[in-house]
Design a protein around this ligand. Structure first.
Ligand code: TXA
Ligand code: MG
Length: 325
């Protein structure tokens, strides 16, 4: 049975003890809910891959509560320190070179010499990590390839009975995953657009290159793998509707489907990011009940956090034949 824990002090301590003893706890961050395990315990980390059905070559992000804890595990890097000071706690993940003899499980890092690290902003998440006294490995708390959860209830629907507990940390303010920035080599590279925008990073990092993330490079060379996928198919940049479509609207519109929901009536990208995954889930379940076959999505501007929204929508719309992650 999976414990459902409200975020009382007692429950946070209980959840931390479960992590310490090798169990799996889902918890909320400002981006999405994560499925946490003690990153130094290979048995626990292995359970994350099993529960998610995640390929073991796809490494996990390691979460910390303090900047100085991060630097106990990674090689000295001045840019990381600068970025950490500015953006942590917050939705930025840095890829850095690991220290030799690191006690982080090599299963969590998929045997790479680099490591993905971040400090989440959600206060309950910080307390959980603090009390556990461990670095916490945590991918998004969904079955691989599905939509990331942004409430404790979403996690419950998907992982009930498969994990030890769910700590309710409220809804996720940002709503899309962290930006992944690889600064393990000379030229910084963005591996995933996310909660911190490129416009925020370039003043500190200079020009940024883009590179496909590990999962995409290996699973679907040369194409986007289907990811964040609802069961209805997704059609992007729509300015008209077909009869069997639900509508995910953005800004003012006169389009009206049998099922319509607006990411942000005022065309506010932060509001749209916050609503994105919850609304995709809603259209999927309610649309199916109404016999609809597709979700039509209106155009979303591709700047700021809109970049992350467009990235997730493109993956949700990608062909399903390659959907193995
Ligand atoms: O906002 C987030 O980042 C959420 C919350 C829970 O923190 N976590 C999350 O984890 O989105 P996940 O597992 O769904 O995505 C982690 C991504 C994967 O694409 C993985 O390939 C990449 O991070 N990654 C992890 N370690 C890496 C490494 N050493 N080098 C390159 N990419 C890495
Ligand atoms: Mg994920």
């Amino acid at each position: 049975m999976t414990l459902f824990l409200t975020n009382t002090h007692k429950n946070i301590q209980k959840a931390a003890l479960i992590l310490k003893n090798g169990g799996l706890i889902a918890f909320g961050t400002e981006t999405v809910y994560g499925l946490g395990a003690d990153a130094t315990n290979s048995n626990s980390v292995q359970k994350i891959y099993a529960v998610k059905g995640r390929p073991n070559f796809n490494p996990l992000i390691i979460h910390f509560a303090h900047l100085d804890h991060v630097f106990q595990y990674v090689k000295k890097n001045d840019l990381a320190y600068k970025l950490g000071k500015k953006f942590w706690p917050g939705p930025l993940t840095l890829i850095l070179n690991q220290q030799e003899n690191s006690i982080i499980s090599s299963i969590a890092t998929a045997h790479l010499s680099t490591i993905a690290v971040r400090i989440p902003q959600n206060v309950t998440a910080q307390q959980l990590i603090n009390y556990s006294q461990k670095p916490i490995a945590a991918p998004s708390a969904n079955i691989s390839g599905r939509i990331s959860p942004v409430t404790a209830h979403h996690v419950y629907q998907e992982l009930n009975d498969k994990i030890d507990g769910i700590l309710d940390c409220g809804s996720c303010e940002v709503g899309v995953e962290s930006t992944i920035l690889d600064i393990s080599q000379d030229q910084p590279k963005i591996l995933r657009p996310g909660g911190i925008s490129l416009e925020d990073l370039t003043p500190i990092c200079g020009s940024l290159n883009f590179e496909e993330s590990i999962e995409n490079k290996i699973i679907a060379p040369g194409q986007l793998s289907s990811h964040y996928a609802p069961s209805l198919s997704v059609r992007l940049n729509c300015n008209y509707l077909e009869p069997d479509e639900a509508l995910l609207a953005f800004g003012k519109t006169s389009l009206q489907a049998p099922l319509t929901i607006n990411l942000s009536k005022t065309a506010n990208l932060n509001e749209a990011a916050h609503n994105l995954f919850a609304y995709l889930r809603l259209l999927d379940t309610e649309g199916k009940k109404l016999g609809l076959k597709k979700i039509a999505v209106m155009p979303i501007p591709n700047y700021g956090i809109g970049h992350a929204i467009c990235d997730r929508l493109q993956r949700a719309a990608a062909p399903r034949s390659s959907s193995k992650q």
